[in-house]
Ligand binder design. Structure first.
Ligand code: FEO
Length: 168
């Protein structure tokens, strides 16, 4: 079954959105690294890597469906932030945008009766629930610790213990 054009274009656009997230998290990681928040830096570097994997899932899926890959331009990400809390708030806003885009893709696929793409997208629908939760939890923890340098240092250390596949 040939991919519907609107769906194909939206899937191509999603590759760009995931690479934008990859780039953005990499920039957030560099901010943390430069400000001696080593654990948060590692957390963001791992998240950045996951976003690249997301982009490549869309890339591979489009190729599997015989579609032409049209890689979109990505923008330069922010690289300065007011605080660790500001970084994670920016991260949550980004994830909410990705969730909206995935939901839109899901609707297009469904409206086209393209159930292979609906099935492919299911993983991303579930993943976005986890991604938003992970970042929201971190925001709550930072808010709780913010006034206390020792608590922030502990949180930074715990963030650095995140392993591939962990949600927080
Ligand atoms: Fe690939 Fe964090 O969304």
């Amino acid at each position: 079954m040939t991919l519907n054009e609107e769906l194909r274009d939206a899937l191509n656009a999603q590759i760009g959105m995931e690479f934008q997230a990859f780039y953005s998290y990499l920039s957030m990681s560099s901010y943390f690294e430069a400000n001696a928040w080593d654990g948060f830096a590692q957390w963001m570097a791992m998240q950045s890597g996951e976003e690249r994997e997301h982009a490549m899932k869309f890339y591979t899926y489009l190729l599997d469906r015989g579609a032409t890959i049209v890689l979109p331009a990505i923008e330069a990400p922010a690289y300065t932030f007011d605080s660790p809390l500001a970084v994670f708030k920016a991260s949550l806003a980004q994830e909410q945008k990705v969730t909206a885009a995935i939901n839109r893709l899901y609707k297009i696929a469904h409206d086209c009766d393209d159930y292979a793409t609906v099935s492919f997208l299911k993983w991303f629908v579930d993943e976005q629930v986890e991604e938003e939760k992970t970042v929201s939890d971190m925001i709550e923890k930072i808010k709780r610790a913010n006034a206390n340098p020792e608590a922030m240092m502990l949180l930074d250390r715990l963030a650095g213990e995140r392993q591939q596949g962990d949600e927080a």
